[in-house]
Design a protein around this ligand. Structure first.
Ligand code: ZN
Length: 466
């Protein structure tokens, strides 16, 4: 009878295959070592490919529709204004660590998205970037907070403050400070206890992509040649690689190591003004068009003449004003599908600012999810297949903008992230595997631990060694 294996997951939010899979060239020796000894490939994210809900989809093997989480902020109901933040309370299904905890395994979690507000786990938990600040109760058990205060000096950063600003030096400093603090906590925890399952997620990679991509990428429309920040992203990946190396020194030879991201990253060309377009096409009517750009929430919408409105973000959400569903709905229930088809066709044939077809992809929730819970968007829109973001504000009198309405941001998310798995018992010899679905991660790990996969999980067990 062999002794059970353990799992260490190092999550790198937004880590891109294009940057990681040249690991040896980028001098990422710890990551390259895991790739060379294990298996690796691209991870296909959920739709939408964003942090909330992607990590929860990965760890629960449920899709966003089943979770009822379509982004960081969601409609609370079919009213026009009530929104809720999808924190840990929004998740009603068990995640991998819950299942393992129930099976008697000791778990440790540091910075895993959607773990705030904290709840009890069979082990230790330090919550995530959704925590307002370090005065909040961000640990389980409560006493862990005092330990962290001894290990880390000064404010414990839950996220990088103002990462969409022009103060790039401050952003860079905070990204390093946050990662250094979080990895210090990981090391202290791993030094003092053996965990059967330990997971941490670094948000710094996501923040550095959004803040510094244009300096690195000569194809970015706002590329700044020979900037002192040209190597900022590469340097940070190297720093993270050193942190990974130090965690690998603290685990035993029965530990399976997974380095994984929730989605990838790509250069952002600009923003497409979704609501501006809906106004031009006659779907959205304002009582008064604003003199200067402002968010749609600040405008008076004439609901008696509005059939659709949208929201901004890395992807676009479009809502229909449906009779009997929205308070002042005007689209008859039996016209919903026709209207959606019409809007989908128009969006998919949208040109970019140069007149070329943008390659926009539009999804109906019921076509991509097993179940559609909560007040889901009626359409989910990837403008230019995520080369463009969605801009929700109105008042620019233009469809294309190169200034982001929520602050400077150079990168958008990409559908594919990374998956690098090293299992000391199975090896892999550096084999490049076919894309793995984000939903297959939890079932595959349960299987490696010889545990049953709950039938509610929608992913499958991937045999990565055939
Ligand atoms: Zn993310």
């Amino acid at each position: 009878m062999s002794s059970p294996q353990r799992i260490l997951i190092i999550g790198l939010d937004c880590a891109a295959p294009e940057l990681i899979f040249d690991a040896w060239r980028n001098h990422l020796s710890a990551i390259a070592g895991l790739m060379q000894r294990g298996v690796y490939g691209r991870l296909e994210s959920c739709i939408p490919a964003i942090t909330v809900p992607a990590w929860a989809c990965m760890m629960s093997s449920r899709d966003p529709g089943q979770l009822g989480i379509y982004g960081f902020r969601n409609r609370a109901d079919y009213s026009y204004t009530r929104m809720i933040t999808a924190n840990a309370r929004a998740i009603t299904v068990p995640r991998l660590w819950d299942l393992l905890g129930r099976a008697g395994k000791r778990v440790g979690l540091v910075g895993v998205p959607q773990t705030y507000p904290v709840s009890s786990v069979n082990g230790d938990l330090v919550s995530c970037f959704l925590t307002p600040n370090d005065r909040a109760q961000f640990t389980y058990p409560l006493s862990l907070k005092q330990d962290i205060a001894r290990w880390v000096h000064g404010e414990f950063l839950m996220d990088v403050p103002n990462f969409r600003s022009d103060n790039k030096s401050a952003i860079l400093q905070d990204i390093y400070r946050m990662a250094d603090q979080h990895f210090t906590v990981c090391k202290r925890l791993l030094e003092r206890k053996r965990y059967d399952f330990f997971m941490t997620v670094d948000m710094g990679i996501d923040r550095i992509h959004h803040a510094f991509w244009k300096y690195m990428d000569p194809r970015h429309p706002k590329h700044v040649p020979e900037s002192p920040f040209a190597h900022a992203i590469y340097d940070y990946y190297r720093f993270i690689d050193e942190q990974i190396a130090s965690l690998l020194n603290l685990i035993d030879d029965r530990t399976i190591v997974l380095v994984v991201s929730d989605h990838g990253a790509k250069a952002m060309i600009g923003g497409f003004c979704l609501n501006e377009w809906l106004i031009q096409e006659g779907y959205l009517a304002l009582e008064e068009y604003p003199e200067t750009p402002r968010s749609l929430d600040e405008c008076r919408i004439d609901w008696t003449r509005t059939r659709a409105w949208g929201a901004g973000g890395y992807y676009g959400r479009l809502f229909l004003n449906v009779a009997g569903r929205e308070p002042e709905g005007i689209v008859a229930a039996d016209e919903v599908d026709l209207l959606r088809d019409e809007i989908m066709a128009k969006l998919e044939s949208l040109p970019d600012h140069t007149g070329r077809i943008m390659g926009t992809r539009v999804f109906r929730p019921e076509a991509i999810y097993r179940e559609v819970r909560g007040a889901a968007p009626d359409l989910l829109v990837y403008f230019g297949d995520l080369n463009w973001r969605s801009v929700g504000s109105v008042g620019r009198k233009a469809l294309y903008t190169f200034e982001n309405d929520t602050g400077p941001d150079d990168a958008n998310h990409a559908q594919h992230g990374i998956f690098i798995l090293y299992d000391p018992r199975r090896g892999g010899g550096g084999r490049y595997i076919d894309d793995i679905s984000i939903y297959d991660v939890a079932p595959t790990l349960l299987h490696l631990l010889d545990l049953d996969v709950p039938p509610e999980m929608i992913g499958k067990v991937r045999d990565l060694w055939v």
